[in-house]
Structure formats: structure tokens, C-alpha cells
Design a protein around this ligand. Structure first.
Ligand code: HEC
Ligand code: HEC
Length: 277
């Protein structure tokens, strides 16, 4: 009972007065068409359509993402460019020393996370893998400023490309785990991700429009904390909001959840780096 009351207090449906742009809106960035809605993939069985979080933001927030000059995330992308050619570690190497063409990363973000040699890897793992094994450098913190700058720079190389995350083969079991976590009720409010992002997207929560919780725009610049936010960092925030003990960034639970969430966005475009509130 108490759960129901809490949820009703929390989420106020404003049917008919929804301000979200819906499927008619479109997003073009730097002349490039970004798919912000698509027919839901069959494995997201409770959704007809999938929508980017951009759709649910105010006009002002939306406009920040429509021009790279206005997009505050690009300050950090520029830092990523500097870091890319910065020599570091015992091997005295920079990323650029081996990866001579950034455009070689084109398409990578659209396939992440993915299983490599039996391990589910996020973009952060690929970056730290090279830092540790190929540069002899310390790994960067999962949601630190260097890492998010780098994942934004690499993700940008796939902007506009359709997300197509693989969920079969070696990924199948991990995907199932992610799905279970998505529907598991946790925390003092006893809520699941689905309670907000599947059952109530488009509705108001406090002063905010709930989105589907898509991750196609990550890392994302949030006006709230004026920095880039990682996927796992965002998961952590949502878990804290429902008074649950968050899983670890880079831990097995968030990896699996990332795979499941990414797959729910199959068909949307990579939007990296997005702007949200
Ligand atoms: C000594 C050479 C070397 C250095 C230095 C290096 N890398 Fe790599 N990197 C590689 C090789 C080799 C691979 C595996 C082959 C490939 O996919 O290009 C790789 C793979 C990757 C991948 C995965 C590519 C894919 O398509 O799966 C990413 C992302 C990446 N590196 C990012 C970086 C970043 C960021 C840095 C700097 C922090 C860096 N690398 C430094 C050699 C290097
Ligand atoms: C009490 C409701 C609630 C629950 C439960 C909840 N979230 Fe959220 N979440 C929000 C709100 C509010 C936002 C910010 C507005 C939006 O994009 O929906 C948000 C944003 C997000 C975003 C960012 C979307 C974007 O476009 O940038 C992701 C990803 C996300 N949540 C994932 C999760 C995951 C994973 C879980 C379960 C562990 C979860 N959320 C549980 C309320 C919730």
C-alpha cells in the first residue's frame, strides 16, 4: 500500500498536457540527422516505440544540443582531443601514436557494450585496456573527467549512426541478467527502473519529465552538475534517488544493465555527447 501511495505522490500523470515533443520532432545536428524515435526492437516487448531522452527535455535544453558551438559538452571533447595526443605511462606513448586516425573509431560506440573474449566490455574498458597494457599508464577513474572526455571524443565519431548492440551468442546470458536487474524492485521505495522509465515515461516526476532512460547520448552533459556523466554514474544516481544502495561503477551488475539498456535503444542514433538537465 505504502508503495502505491509513494508512487502516486512521486509521479503525477499529466495526460493531455504533455509537453514532450513526441515522435513528430526531429533533431539535426551540424547537418546530420539524428534518429530520436524508432520502432522498438522486438526484445523490448513492452514498448511500441523507443524515444531518445532529448525528446522529453525543454526547448531550451533541446536547443543546446542542436549546435556544437552551443553544446557545453564540447569543452570536454576538446580536452579529450588534448588527452588523445598526450604522452603518458612507462612506454612513453600517446593514444595518437598508435591510433593515427580518430575516424577509425567510427561505428564503435553504436556496438557498445560488447563481449570480447568472453568478457562484457564497456567503452571505459577499451580505453583503460590500452592505457594499462599498451601505455604502461594508470587506469583512469570510471567516471572521472579524463575518462568521460575520452569516451565523449570516441563516441562522437559514431554520432548519427544507428545503435545495434548484439544480444545473442555470448551476450545472451549477460543480457538476461541485465533485464532481470531492470525489472527488479530495489531500495526503500521498492521501485524498479521499469516503474519509472517504462511505465511512466512522458509523465511528470516532481518538476521533470520522465524519459525512457535511454543511453544513446552518453556520456551526457548535465546542466545540474555542469560536467559529463558516464552511463554507470547515471545508474548510480537513479538508484540513490530510490534510496537503494547503488552497484559499483564498472561492476558486473552495471555492465549487464548497460547491455540491456543499450539494446532497448537499438534503432536510435548515437547522440554523443548529449545535453540533459
Ligand atoms: C601502443 C599502441 C596503442 C596505444 C598507445 C593505444 N592503443 Fe588503443 N589499441 C591499440 C591496438 C593494437 C588495439 C586493438 C586493435 C584495434 O582495435 O585497433 C587498440 C584498441 C583500442 C580501442 C578499441 C577499438 C575497437 O574497435 O574495438 C579503443 C577504443 C582504443 N584502443 C582507445 C585508445 C585510447 C583512448 C588510447 C589512449 C589513452 C589508446 N587506445 C592507446 C593500440 C594502442
Ligand atoms: C523514481 C523514478 C526513477 C527510477 C526508479 C529510475 N529512474 Fe532513471 N531517471 C529518473 C529521472 C527523473 C531521470 C531524469 C529525467 C529522465 O531522463 O527521465 C532519470 C534519468 C535516467 C537516465 C538518463 C536518460 C538520458 O536520456 O540521459 C538513465 C540512463 C536512467 N535514468 C536509468 C535508470 C536505471 C538503469 C534505473 C534502474 C536502476 C533507473 N533509471 C531508475 C527517474 C528514475
Amino acid at each position: 500500500m505504502i508503495i502505491k501511495i509513494l508512487m502516486t505522490l512521486y509521479i503525477t500523470a499529466l495526460a493531455g498536457t504533455l509537453a514532450w515533443a513526441g515522435e513528430d520532432s526531429s533533431l539535426t545536428v551540424e547537418g546530420q540527422e539524428i534518429k530520436i524515435s524508432a520502432q522498438a526492437p522486438a526484445h523490448a516487448e513492452n514498448l511500441d516505440m523507443v524515444y531518445s531522452g532529448w525528446v522529453f527535455r525543454t526547448d531550451e535544453t533541446q536547443s543546446l544540443q542542436m549546435d556544437d558551438f552551443d553544446n557545453p559538452a564540447f569543452v570536454f571533447v576538446d580536452e579529450g582531443i588534448d588527452l588523445f595526443s598526450k604522452v603518458d605511462g612507462s612506454e612513453v606513448k600517446s593514444c595518437a601514436g598508435c591510433h593515427t586516425n580518430l575516424a577509425d573509431f567510427s561505428g564503435l560506440r553504436a556496438s557498445m557494450p560488447k563481449v570480447v573474449d568472453g568478457k562484457l566490455l564497456s567503452m571505459e574498458d577499451l580505453v583503460n585496456g590500452c592505457r594499462v597494457k599498451r601505455m604502461g599508464a594508470d587506469p583512469w577513474k570510471w567516471s572521472g573527467t579524463e575518462m568521460t572526455a575520452m569516451t565523449a571524443l570516441i563516441g562522437l565519431q559514431s554520432r548519427g549512426m544507428e545503435i545495434q548492440v548484439k544480444i545473442d551468442g555470448e551476450a545472451a546470458e549477460l543480457w538476461k541478467t541485465g533485464k532481470e536487474l531492470y525489472y527488479a524492485r530495489v531500495g526503500q521505495l521498492d521501485m524498479s527502473c521499469a516503474n519509472c522509465h517504462e511505465d511512466n515515461y512522458g509523465n511528470m516526476i516532481r518538476a521533470d519529465h520522465l524519459s525512457q532512460g535511454q543511453i544513446n547520448g552518453f556520456p551526457t552533459y548535465r546542466l545540474k552538475n555542469a560536467k559529463l556523466n558516464s552511463v554507470h554514474g547515471r545508474f548510480k544516481g537513479c538508484m540513490k534517488n530510490i534510496r537503494a544502495t547503488p552497484y559499483k561503477e564498472g561492476g558486473d551488475e552495471f555492465r549487464a544493465l548497460e547491455l540491456y539498456l543499450a539494446s532497448r535503444g537499438n534503432g536510435l542514433s548515437v547522440e554523443t555527447p548529449s545535453v540533459r538537465n
